[in-house]
Write a new protein. Structure first.
Length: 85
């Protein structure tokens, strides 16, 4: 398991990318939807994670699909996370 310092190092570029988005007043004022937001975040993250493949359409790791757990009508449900375009 990664140490706290290792986790901070891994997450630091993501935090920087989110801050770059939030600092862009023109972008924020457009009230972008998910496809635009994830695309812009991807562009910021691409250079911040050199040597890694970064995509705004990521929906799996190897053969494991990304899943979301949520409550609906008092029951725990799960669904695949599928990026929208």
């Amino acid at each position: 398991m990664a140490t706290f310092e290792e986790k901070k190092k891994i997450l630091a570029p993501l935090i920087k990318a989110v801050c770059l988005l939030l600092d862009d007043d023109d972008f924020v004022k457009t009230n972008p939807g998910e496809p635009v937001l994830t695309s812009e975040l991807f562009h910021h993250m691409y250079d911040l994670y050199p040597g890694l493949r970064v995509s705004h359409l990521y929906e799996r790791r190897e053969n494991i699909r990304k899943r979301l757990s949520y409550m609906k009508n008092g029951h725990l449900k799960e669904a695949d996370i599928i990026p929208t375009l």
